[in-house]
Each structure stands twice: as structure tokens, then as C-alpha cells.
Design a protein around this ligand. Structure first.
Ligand SMILES: Nc1nc2c(ncn2[C@@H]2O[C@H](COP(=O)(O)OP(=O)(O)OP(=O)(O)O)[C@@H](O)[C@H]2O)c(=O)[nH]1
Length: 182
């Protein structure tokens, strides 16, 4: 069987760790320096449940509540990894705005999504609780994970969960998209 192609956009506020999660997953390394992204594409092949997948990961530029989401991010994208930092309430607020903009742009009531609270290693700096993250994901009928790109915690799970979400269709049946992990 030919590999299944999945195009995934990684989105969120500036500096939440979108590039770090992507690079940790694709290249198994963590880069401590901060280099703002304009847009990068990464490719990775992997096998899940006996199926081969070719992933195209679009690591997008950080957005704030006023940014215009490029039209290209609403077309031909199979799923979205929406990232905030557990150390930034602002990034948590912004992710909700990005979520709503994506629904508006696509005209869908639900999209395959994984909500990710990153930087769990910064325990003393946490300002967004796991419960708050889980509640937001549940309200979207999205999957939810907390992760650390730095400590390589749950990073692989994010992309495996994302693929599972894309297998559930385009959300025409919202009940099917409900999968909350912790
Ligand atoms: N402690 C800690 N730092 C992290 C983690 N993930 C990313 N960082 C750091 O946070 C900063 C921003 O990380 P990036 O991966 O560049 O963030 P980004 O969301 O891609 O940023 P933009 O391109 O501006 O949108 C860098 O200094 C990273 O080293 C994490 O899990 N833990």
C-alpha cells in the first residue's frame, strides 16, 4: 500500500516552542537558542498501526490575536497542532483566538486538532493548569497533551495523536473527534 500523506500545520503564539517540538520530533534534538520562524517545512516518514505515513509539517510563524492567518493554512491541511506554553497565559488566550479563526476560515464546526501545552519542564513558571488546557480542548472536541520539547516528553505522542485525529474525518460528525489524553 502506498504511504498516506498528511499535511499538518503547527500554530500558536510566538516563542511557545512550535519549532522546538517539530525539530525534536523530526531530528531528535533540542535547540536552546531562539530564532523566530517565518515558515519551515519538515518531512518525516513513519509507521503507525501497520500503515506508512508521509508527514509534511508546516512550522508556522508565531501569531498574536491580531495576526491574519494566511489563507493557505485553511486549505489542504489535514490537521492542526495548536501550541501554547504552560508558562504564558497570553499564549493560552491567543490559541483560542487562532482556533476560532481557523473554524471561520474553513467554514467547519470542527477540525482535526491536537491542543498542546508545552514547556512542562518549567515547573516553577507554570501559570496555565493542566485542567484549564484539558477543558479548552474538550470544548473544541480536540485531543489534548502537555509536553516538553526540552525534555522530549510526549513529543512523539503529539504527532501520533494528530495522525489518529486525521483518520477520524473532517469533523462532520463532531462526536468522533473527541479524544482527550493527559
Ligand atoms: N524550557 C523549555 N524551553 C523551551 C521548550 N520549547 C521551546 N523552548 C524554548 O523557547 C524558545 C522559543 O522556542 P521556539 O521553538 O523557537 O518557539 P516558536 O514557537 O517556534 O517561536 P516563533 O518562531 O517565534 O513562533 C527557545 O529559546 C526554546 O529553546 C520547552 O519545552 N522547555
Amino acid at each position: 500500500m502506498p504511504p498516506r500523506s498528511r499535511k499538518i500545520a503547527i500554530m500558536g503564539f510566538r516563542s511557545v516552542g512550535k519549532s522546538s517540538l517539530t525539530i525534536q520530533f523530526v531530528e531528535n534534538q533540542f535547540v536552546d537558542s531562539y530564532d523566530p520562524t517565518i515558515e519551515n517545512t519538515f518531512n518525516k516518514n513513519l509507521k503507525i498501526n501497520g500503515h506508512d505515513y508521509t508527514l509534511e509539517l508546516i512550522d508556522t510563524a508565531g501569531q498574536d490575536e491580531f495576526s491574519i492567518v494566511p489563507q493557505s493554512y485553511s486549505m489542504n491541511i489535514d490537521g492542526y497542532v495548536l501550541v501554547y506554553s504552560v508558562t504564558s497565559k497570553k499564549s493560552f488566550d491567543v490559541i483560542n483566538v487562532i482556533h476560532d479563526k481557523l473554524l471561520d476560515m474553513t467554514g467547519k464546526s470542527h477540525l482535526p486538532m491536537v491542543l498542546v501545552g508545552n514547556k512542562t519542564d518549567l515547573r516553577m513558571e507554570r501559570v496555565v493548569s493542566q485542567e484549564e488546557g484539558r477543558r479548552l480542548a474538550t470544548s473544541w472536541k480536540a485531543a489534548f497533551l502537555e509536553a516538553s520539547a526540552k525534555e522530549n516528553q510526549k513529543v512523539v505522542d503529539i504527532f501520533h495523536t494528530m495522525i489518529s485525529q486525521t483518520e477520524k474525518g473532517d469533523g462532520s460528525d463532531p462526536e468522533k473527534g473527541n479524544c482527550v489524553l493527559s
